[in-house]
Write a new protein. Structure first.
Length: 452
C-alpha cells in the first residue's frame, strides 16, 4: 500500500516537472532581455557614479513594475492570445495608441541595444581596430553593420533555436561569474576614494545639477528591469510556447516561469550595482563615453574581482548576453508589429504561412535599417562636432520608455479584471494593491520629470 502510494506520488511529481518544463521558456527569454542594457550598463553606472544611493530606486522600479509584466503572461494563459489582442478588445483606438507607442520607441530601443552590443562585440573581437589597420576611414561602423546583418540572418533563417541554447549556457556562466564577483567584492569591500572625491548631491533634484541626476534616475527606471511596453512580448512568447509544445499550461505553471526569470533579473540588478559601487565608485577613472571602452571597463571590473584568468570568459559571456538581447529585441518588435498590423488591417482575412513569414522578414528589415541609420546619426556620424557618448543614446531610449510606462501599466491592469479573463485568473488582492501604488509611482515620477 505504501509502495503504491509512493509510486503514484512519484509519477505525479514527474508529470508536474514535465509540465513545468513545457511552460518554461518565455521567462528565460524575458530575463535575457533584461540583463542586457539595464544591468550591464545602467545598473553598473548607478553603482559607479552614485554608490549605493540609487539602490532603492532599483528595488522600487522592480517592485512597482512587477504586476504589469506579470499581467501580460497571466492574460496570455487565461485567453490563449497575446495582450496585444487584449488592447484591441478595449477598442481600436487603444490598439492604435499602443501601435504609436511601439513605433515611437522601437527604433530608439533597438539603436541603444545595438550600440551597447556593438561595444561588447568590438571589445571582444577587435573588429574596428582590424579595419582601421586595413585603412578604412570609418572602421567604427563596421561592427554594427555586421551585428545587424548577423541578427537579421539568424532570425530570418529560423536558426535562433540553436543560438538560444548556446545563449542559455553562456548566460548561466555569466550568472555564476556575477555571483562570484559579487561575493568577492562584498568580502573585499569598496575601494578607497581618491583624494578630493566629492559624491553626487541628491538632496535637491530641482537644481540644475539635481535635474541632471533626475535625468539619469528616470533613465535607470525606464529599463529596470526593462521597458514596460515590452510586456506584450511576454504574452507573445507565452502563446508561441503553447503552440510549440502543444500544451496549455496551468496558470501557476506560466507564472512560475515568469517569476523565475523576473527574480533572477532583479537579483542580478542588485549584483551589478554592488559591483559598480565596490569596484568603481570613488575611482579617479571616469566611465568611457565609447561603447567599446565601457565594455572593456565592465570586463575589467569582473577580472579585478575574479582574477585575470576570467577575462576571456567574461568577455565572451557578456557579449553573448548582449547578442541574445539584441536578437530578442528584434524578434519581439517584429512579432508585436506583425500582430498589430494583422489585427488592424488583416482581421478576418485568411493568412497563410508564407504571408506571415514575409511580414516578419519585412518587419525585421525595416527595424534593422532604420535603427542603424538612427544609431549612425546619433553616435557614429564622424561629422558630429560634439558627442556625449553612447550613454546619451541609452538614456534617451530608456527615458522615452519610462514616460510611456504609466499608459501601459493602466491598460495591463484593466485587462486582468474578471470581465476580460474570468474569475479564476484574476490577480490576488496584494497584487492589485501594488498595482495602484505602481501606477501612482510611475505617473508621479513622469510628471515630476516633465515639470523639471
Amino acid at each position: 500500500m505504501i509502495l503504491s502510494v509512493s509510486t503514484i506520488f512519484a509519477q505525479n511529481l514527474s508529470m508536474a516537472n514535465k509540465n513545468i518544463l513545457k511552460a518554461l521558456g518565455p521567462g528565460i527569454l524575458f530575463a535575457s532581455t533584461c540583463i542586457g542594457v539595464s544591468h550591464l550598463v545602467q545598473s553598473t553606472r548607478a553603482g559607479a557614479v552614485y554608490g549605493f544611493d540609487l539602490i532603492w530606486i532599483i528595488l522600487l522600479a522592480n517592485l512597482f513594475k512587477y504586476p504589469f509584466f506579470e499581467y501580460a503572461s497571466r492574460y496570455a494563459n487565461a485567453t490563449g492570445t497575446s495582450i496585444i489582442d487584449g488592447y484591441n478588445r478595449l477598442g481600436k483606438w487603444v490598439l492604435l495608441l499602443y501601435g504609436l507607442i511601439t513605433i515611437g520607441t522601437m527604433f530608439f530601443v533597438t539603436s541603444a541595444v545595438g550600440v551597447v552590443t556593438s561595444g561588447f562585440m568590438d571589445n571582444l573581437l577587435g573588429i574596428s581596430v582590424y579595419f582601421k589597420n586595413k585603412g578604412f576611414e570609418h572602421p567604427e561602423i563596421i561592427t554594427p553593420i555586421l551585428l545587424f546583418g548577423v541578427c537579421f540572418g539568424i532570425l530570418v533563417s529560423g536558426k535562433y533555436k540553436v543560438l538560444d541554447i548556446l545563449i542559455k549556457v553562456v548566460g548561466s556562466i555569466l550568472l555564476i561569474s556575477t555571483l562570484i564577483a559579487f561575493t568577492k567584492s562584498l568580502i573585499a569591500g569598496g575601494i578607497q576614494p581618491y583624494e578630493g572625491f566629492v559624491p553626487p548631491d541628491l538632496s535637491d533634484l530641482t537644481t540644475p545639477e539635481g535635474i541632471g541626476h533626475l535625468g539619469f534616475i528616470i533613465a535607470l527606471m525606464g529599463w529596470m528591469p526593462t521597458a514596460l511596453d515590452l510586456s506584450a512580448w511576454n504574452s507573445l512568447w507565452t502563446v508561441a510556447r503553447m503552440k510549440q509544445t502543444g500544451y496549455r499550461p496551468k496558470l501557476k505553471e506560466t507564472l512560475f516561469d515568469f517569476n523565475f526569470g523576473y527574480i533572477i533579473s532583479a537579483l542580478l540588478a542588485i549584483c551589478f550595482v554592488t559591483l559598480g559601487a565596490n569596484l568603481l565608485y570613488g575611482s579617479p577613472e571616469e566611465l568611457s563615453g565609447s561603447s567599446a571602452g565601457f565594455a572593456a571597463q565592465v570586463v575589467e571590473m569582473f577580472t579585478s574581482a575574479m582574477g585575470d584568468w576570467s577575462k576571456w570568459i567574461i568577455g565572451i559571456a557578456a557579449f553573448c548576453i548582449m547578442f541574445g538581447t539584441a536578437i530578442a529585441v528584434m524578434d519581439g518588435y517584429a512579432r508585436s508589429s506583425e500582430r498589430i498590423l494583422e489585427i488592424l488591417f488583416l482581421e478576418g482575412k485568411k493568412q497563410n504561412l508564407d504571408n506571415r513569414k514575409r511580414e516578419y522578414v519585412i518587419s525585421i528589415l525595416i527595424l534593422s535599417v532604420v535603427s542603424f541609420v538612427l544609431m549612425y546619426f546619433l553616435y557614429f556620424d564622424p561629422s558630429l562636432e560634439s558627442k556625449s557618448g553612447f550613454k546619451s543614446i541609452v538614456d534617451l531610449a530608456t527615458s522615452t520608455s519610462f514616460v510611456v510606462a504609466p499608459v501601459i501599466a493602466i491598460l495591463n491592469f484593466i485587462l486582468v479584471q474578471k470581465k476580460y479573463i474570468g474569475e479564476g485568473f484574476t490577480p490576488p488582492l496584494w497584487k492589485k494593491v501594488i498595482s495602484y501604488f505602481g501606477i501612482l509611482f510611475l505617473t508621479g515620477f513622469s510628471i515630476f520629470y516633465f515639470v523639471n
